[in-house]
Design a protein around this ligand. Structure first.
Ligand SMILES: [Zn+2]
Ligand SMILES: [Zn+2]
Ligand SMILES: [Zn+2]
Length: 148
């Protein structure tokens, strides 16, 4: 499956002089193919290994760190001891919110920011410059509520 990378990603790579090698491209594609799955470094490694059996997990980690520094991907932590990654969206540059179901453990994404007013209030009253936030909501998804 050929998946083209968005212009936004390509621009960021170019701006920061990050060469798009075959492996880097494969890692970005793995993330772009399954945005809803919040892949870990191991998940990405296992996917890429199918076509590239010489790749090492350390390379995947290094590349993910590079992309995170370049603001191409976000790191997400759902408190399960495993760092996960997702592409930064062109349209919503801040983190989207995650809804974690305590019963089935499914993670639903909520794409709107809705925090702009709060961000401005915090910035006005503290002088702090907010670049991002990470918010998790815990509770029970619609399906699990029906089962109760
Ligand atoms: Zn925001
Ligand atoms: Zn649920
Ligand atoms: Zn997400």
């Amino acid at each position: 499956m050929v998946l083209e990378l968005s212009n936004d990603v390509l621009e960021k790579l170019e701006e920061q002089n990050i060469r798009l090698t075959r492996r880097r491209k494969a890692i970005l594609r793995a993330l772009a193919q399954e945005p809803e799955n919040h892949l870990s470094a191991e998940d990405i490694y296992l996917k890429i290994k199918q076509d590239d059996d010489k790749i090492g997990l350390a390379t995947v980690y290094r590349t993910l760190d590079l992309f995170a520094q370049a603001n191409i991907i976000h790191t997400v932590d759902f408190g399960d001891g495993c760092r996960r990654f997702e592409l930064v969206s062109d349209t919503t540059p801040h983190y989207h919110h995650h809804l974690l179901c305590l019963s089935c453990k499914n993670i639903t994404e909520f794409a709107q920011d809705l925090l702009e007013d709060l961000e401005h209030q915090i910035e006005d009253s503290t002088g702090f410059c907010i670049t991002n936030h990470s918010l998790r909501f815990y509770g029970y998804c619609h399906d699990c509520q029906e089962k109760e």
